[in-house]
Ligand binder design. Structure first.
Ligand code: GLC
Length: 373
């Protein structure tokens, strides 16, 4: 693992997710890398990678999901800016900051302030739906690009190529503020359960280390709005917006992330059962990304069934609060899958066969999970 992280380290101050496929700095990947650097005992790189991620942050607080510091202007035609993209990603920096503080490696005050303003941007400036949930401006913002949750937004149903062109077009309909910050996308007015759960969770995490009652309050309000999205019948949290009665109910792993902030024992038990059940999400190589009984489940297709280490890690955190034994099992199977896959970007939940880019830095979360087995 140390060798992969050394190979992926870029002098500008971050680990590339993969040196060939993903050479730039991605927001949520880097937040997870910070946790891996912590497990590797490298305080300096943990701090530098977190700080570098905020380099393209604008005055509005908005944090671009890609930092192009290595090749400024690379995708300027697509994003209309040189240093970073024009969309964000789940604000995992709240958790990364809190974990560093808990490790006794507190980031600089400046970096903590960047994290607070990043979350404040999402909580105060980003458009909301009538349920009080935060709207995503683009499927890429959720990090789960080709999830079946978005299938209703693909004309004539999901098709990888068609969806790729829809995603490209969706960049052009984002409404921005004075600093180019993404505020709303009328063509994709979806409030995903998973994305909102990660905003609430990260706001809560940050509120444990900064004196900011507003953050904790906002996190509680979002959590309350998420409770209303639970479907007893489907056993999942349902997205709000135009997909709510269709693909927004597909049982995906990220849609179970409200368990990170929800404390109701009945819902927790329903979720934990599904995570362990081999006919639902359970798998010998970690939790599947989509419930196996969904017609769209495909254990080898990008975002449509494989294990994703960062989601598995988040699910372990969520489950630990309710069932330490179940969390240990999920950690163990995920670690086994990560190694079997050759530390891949994502992998088959039954065989652990590696998929996507190999090696991918966030599979280093196996090291963090191994501490929890
Ligand atoms: C893909 C994933 C996204 C990730 C990026 C870099 O685009 O969908 O979640 O951040 O790759 O690993």
């Amino acid at each position: 693992m140390q060798r992969v992280f050394d190979d992926h380290w870029v002098p500008e101050g971050y680990a590339a997710p993969n040196t060939g496929v993903y050479p730039w700095q991605w927001l949520w990947d880097s937040c997870f890398h910070v946790l891996v650097w912590r497990a590797l005992g490298d305080r300096d790189r943990a701090q530098r990678e977190l700080a570098e991620m905020f380099r393209p942050q604008g005055p509005s607080g908005f944090v671009p999901h890609v930092n192009y510091v290595r090749s400024l202007g690379f995708h300027e035609d697509l994003w209309g800016r040189r240093d970073g993209s024009a969309i964000t990603q789940p604000p995992m920096y709240g958790h990364a900051v809190a974990e560093l503080v808990r490790a006794g490696w507190p980031p600089d005050d400046e970096v903590v302030a960047f994290a607070v303003s990043g979350l404040r941007f999402l909580l105060e400036h980003r458009a909301r739906d009538r349920n009080g949930l935060v709207l995503a401006c683009h499927p890429w913002e959720t990090g789960t690009d080709d999830s079946p949750r978005w299938d209703d937004r693909c004309p004539d149903g999901f098709d990888r190529d068609r969806w790729a062109s829809v995603k490209d077009r969706l960049v052009s309909t984002i409404e921005t503020g004075p600093d180019g910050e993404p505020l709303h996308n009328p063509v994709f007015p979806v409030a995903p359960a998973g994305f909102n759960a990660l905003i609430a969770f990260n706001a809560r995490e940050l509120a444990t280390v900064v004196d900011d009652a507003g953050l904790a309050e906002e996190a509680d309000l979002l959590t309350a709005a998420l409770v209303d999205r639970w479907s007893e019948e489907a056993g999942t949290w349902v997205d709000a917006g135009p997909t709510a009665d269709g693909s927004g109910r597909v049982r995906t792993l990220d849609a179970l992330l409200p368990l990170l902030v929800d404390d109701e024992p009945g819902r927790a038990a329903t979720v934990v059962d599904q995570l362990l059940d081999p006919r639902a999400f359970g798998g010998p190589a970690g939790p599947a990304g989509v419930h196996r009984a969904e017609p769209t489940f495909n254990p080898d297709a990008y975002w449509r069934g494989p294990v994703w280490p960062q989601l598995a890690y988040l699910v372990v955190l969520a489950v630990e609060r309710h069932s330490p034994t179940a969390a240990a099992h999920l950690a163990r199977t995920t670690v086994a899958g990560a190694w079997a896959s050759g530390l891949a970007e994502y992998w088959n939940p039954d065989t652990g066969a590696g998929l996507g880019a190999v090696p991918q830095s966030w599979s280093g979360l196996a090291l963090v999970l191994a501490e929890r087995r």
